[in-house]
Design a protein around this ligand. Structure first.
Ligand code: CA
Ligand code: CA
Ligand code: CA
Length: 416
């Protein structure tokens, strides 16, 4: 059965949807504290902080002599990177019956293989390395699992057991590639978001497989991740994360599936004596009423939210929102971004990060912006740019690294 692709939203890619089960997500902090003080120690740091007031030259000298680990400096580089989960989930959203949903899952499953994350991980890792980013927020770091033969999904919406056989672990694949090229990044925080399983008619034939031609079950677990550069001089501390209370509820083949999304954060500091800040990574809803996305943005700065702090805040992520003038985002899709501006967040990003509708088409260009770097209080941006738009970085089979570009911002933290 054929399903027509439909642009559900400026970033239809970015949504959660494939399945019959929405499981609770767990926070899985994989690693925490990073490198500690280098030469200089606390006394040296104090001296450097005093010297900074004397001007740039004194500061530079201080960096060289006392602080090879950058203590005493205030610049950081951050990146937001949506790596693309591997398929447009629109076909499942359009399915109104279970047989249609199983066929739609087949379309999605074939697309996930075609968009070949093991191959895309190569230019993605290269981008991360070249960015020299101290902290990176990743979105759509999918975990795809399968179960052969299908036992018709998994609870709560399906009847079978959850699929456990790993087919593509995007995080492990990206980490392997980072290691291979000598980019030393560690995982600071991983959080599972949307998690659901559907029977899949892989070959589009009801003559093979079980019910309605289902040949296997496929399970998608969406994840957001924070990475930190090892030995780069930024120390991370406590991490946190949560799901948004406000959720989009998708309907797949008549079955409601709540789409978990959320935020993750880490406390961070330059060296051991430099400025402290909180780094937050999020991915706001792409589907449904734009007011869901706006409500999620407001949860970020509501009491208990990660932006509700007196520390310096650096927010990165795919907000699926922006302004008309700068980001080419219109109508109610602007609401989430406008809410963050209203809270006092400022734009430290670059423009045109979104999106390729066909990863194989070299002529595609980004023409709007949903991936952002924002700060409060307003930090100075030394430089900001987009990655993932260089045709020479496409893979051997002609794939762009992702449907999004990355945004890299070099920021000047306040000394306080
Ligand atoms: Ca199953
Ligand atoms: Ca079928
Ligand atoms: Ca089949």
């Amino acid at each position: 059965m054929q399903f027509t692709r439909r642009a559900v939203h400026p970033c239809a890619c970015a949504a959660p949807l494939l399945a019959v089960a929405a499981l609770l997500a767990l926070s899985v902090p994989v690693a925490a504290e990073g490198a500690n003080a280098g030469a200089g120690g606390n006394a040296g740091n104090q001296a450097c902080l005093v010297q900074q007031n004397a001007g740039r030259d004194a500061n530079a000298a201080c960096d060289q002599e006392q602080n090879p680990d950058r203590t005493g400096r205030s610049d950081i580089t951050v990146m937001t990177r949506n790596v693309y989960l591997g398929a447009d989930l629109g076909p499942a959203l359009e399915a109104s019956t279970l047989p249609e949903a199983i066929d739609a899952a087949g379309v999605i499953w074939r697309e996930v293989h075609r968009t070949n994350f093991p191959e895309r991980a190569v230019p993605l890792a290269r981008e991360l390395k070249r960015s020299r980013a101290d902290l990176i927020g990743l979105q759509e770091v999918a975990l795809w699992r399968q179960q052969i033969p299908s036992d018709l999904g998994a609870p709560p919406s399906g009847v079978g057991r959850p699929a456990t056989q790993v087919r593509y672990d995007f995080l492990a694949l990206l980490q392997r590639e980072l290691r291979r090229i000598g980019a030393n990044y560690r995982v600071v925080k991983v959080q599972n978001e949307f998690d659901a399983e559907l029977p899949v008619d892989r070959d589009g034939s009801d003559a093979t497989g079980t019910l309605f031609g289902a040949d296997l079950d496929a399970r998608l677990t969406m994840r957001d991740v924070i990475l930190a550069k090892q030995g780069g001089g930024v120390t991370t501390g406590a991490t946190d994360g949560a799901h948004f209370k406000t959720r989009f509820v998708a309907t797949v083949g008549g079955v409601p599936i709540p789409a978990d999304r959320g935020w993750i954060s880490t406390e961070a500091r330059i060296g051991t004596g430099g400025p402290r800040f909180r780094f937050v990574n999020t991915h706001l809803e792409a589907f449904g009423d734009p007011r869901i996305r706006e409500a999620q943005a407001r949860e970020l700065f509501a009491p208990g939210g990660p932006l509700r702090t007196r520390k310096q805040r650096v927010l990165v992520g795919d907000l699926n929102s922006g302004t008309a003038a700068r980001h080419n985002i219109h109508g109610r899709d602007r609401l989430a971004y406008r809410a963050l501006l209203g809270f006092g967040m400022t734009d430290n990003g670059a423009i045109h990060s979104c999106c390729y509708s066909n990863l194989f088409d070299p002529s595609e260009v980004f023409d709007h912006t949903v991936d952002h770097v924002m700060t409060k209080p307003p930090l100075r941006t030394r430089r900001a740019y987009i990655t993932g738009d260089d045709r020479s970085q496409r893979t051997p089979s002609g794939l762009w690294p992702s449907d999004h570009g990355g945004v890299v911002s070099e920021l000047q933290l306040r000394q306080r």
